[in-house]
Design a protein around this ligand. Structure first.
Ligand SMILES: Cc1ncc(COP(=O)(O)O)c(C=O)c1O
Length: 378
């Protein structure tokens, strides 16, 4: 089942990415020399560059993707007791942001593309629904034109959790720019990654942008005037300097990840016991992660490990099944596709530092496993 060729395929690429930290350290040194540590010129410059990259009218830097979701929901009017619809298969942060506002998460299952199931969505919308939060998991995205049309019919704003989907495009328009607001994470394992926590909200709505700028900075209209009760969720100025340095790499990163993913897709298509998540033809994926579904996922994971391939599982226990959610979940609520994905999904390295030997080793290992299993079953 694929001999060990001694090739190692690490999941973590940060040591390679930052092997030469000098250019970023120089940018940080400039901020230190200016003493401009709170918002200031570097944050403004980053926000302008980020808005230009996404095509949004406004970009607002915040201290995490989680806070970005929370503040955006608050800005579109979500408060205690309101219902917010989101995907049953997501990272805890989406749901945590809803819960922290005292709102109630209402889950909708995902489909086999990892996106919110748009056929299941209408049944979840009710009089208490105050927002819909599609999650662009792994760097793909749902049919946002259809989702927006549905939301508009019900008069419900859409806030996109695009934390994993910077650089994902649908019909040439970036994930995160379709809803009233969209939020990206700059966590070290995200596509635009900084040296700690940070996030960005984008919106085309001038009034929403103004409100979000207030919300992230204590509601301060100026040094001495508090016009609403906000919080401290400013993007750290040093991290903005890192982000500004990283932003120009985005096109090369997405191109390399797509090239690797295309080779994986071609090599894994039709193999017994394996399935590739459905790809939307009009979506340019960003492949923050590359996920594969496998009947015998745990055995494949062990096999990958033995062959020097590091992997992850996104996510082994769905958020809706976590003990913290037991109280808000309707009795007996089940999301079969989310459950299936939790049992079958395996995340393989797809990062831009993989060389051709490493990509071939992943392909040979997965193919060897699938074909060996099929032979053994005969
Ligand atoms: C789908 C999703 N939503 C929200 C977040 C939260 O982002 P952050 O870690 O920047 O708070 C993440 C980050 O992992 C995520 O993957």
């Amino acid at each position: 089942m694929g001999a060990d060729r001694g090739v190692r395929v690490p999941f973590n690429y940060l040591p390679q990415q930052f092997a030469d930290p000098a250019p970023i350290m120089a940018a940080i040194a400039e901020v230190v020399a200016s003493g401009d540590f709170t918002l200031g010129a570097v944050v403004t410059a980053f926000e302008a560059a980020f808005a230009a990259k996404t095509g949004a009218a406004h970009a607002i830097g915040v201290n995490s993707g989680t806070d970005g979701i929370k503040l955006s929901l608050r800005a579109v009017g979500v408060g205690p007791g309101d219902e917010v619809i989101t995907a049953a298969n997501t990272f805890v942060a989406t749901v945590g942001a809803i819960a922290e506002l005292g709102a109630k998460p209402v889950f909708v299952d995902v489909d086999d593309s990892l996106c919110l199931d748009l056929d299941a969505l209408p049944a979840a919308i009710g009089p208490a629904t105050k927002a819909i939060v599609p999650v662009h998991l792994s760097g793909t995205m749902a049919d946002m034109a259809a989702l927006n049309a549905l939301a508009a019919r019900h008069g419900v704003p859409v806030v996109e959790d695009a934390c994993q989907a910077f650089m994902t495009l649908q019909d040439g328009r970036m994930a995160g720019t379709w809803g009233a607001a969209g939020i990206y994470s700059m966590h070290p394992l995200k596509f635009l990654n900084i040296w700690g926590d940070g996030g960005v909200i984008v919106t085309d709505d001038d009034a929403l942008a103004a409100q979000l700028r207030l919300l992230r900075n204590h509601g301060l209209a100026d040094r001495d005037t508090v016009v609403l009760m906000g919080t401290n969720s400013r993007l750290d100025s040093l991290q903005a300097a890192v982000a500004l340095k990283m932003l120009p790499q985005a096109d090369a990163i997405v191109a390399r990840r797509n090239a690797i993913a295309a080779r994986y897709d071609a090599a894994f298509a039709g193999l017994p016991g394996l399935r590739i998540p459905r790809r939307h033809p009009d979506v340019r994926h960003s492949f923050v992660t590359y996920q594969l579904f496998c009947d015998r996922r745990d055995a494949l994971a062990v096999h990958c490990g033995a062959q020097g391939i590091e992997y992850k599982i996104h996510y082994p226990v769905p958020i809706y099944r976590q003990p913290a959610l037991a109280e808000v979940l309707p009795a007996g609520a089940r999301f079969p596709e989310t459950d299936r994905q939790a049992a079958e999904t395996l995340t393989l390295p797809v990062h831009q530092y993989l060389d051709d030997d490493q990509v071939e080793h992943v392909i040979a290992t997965i193919r060897g496993f699938a074909l060996g299993e099929a032979e053994a079953a005969q």
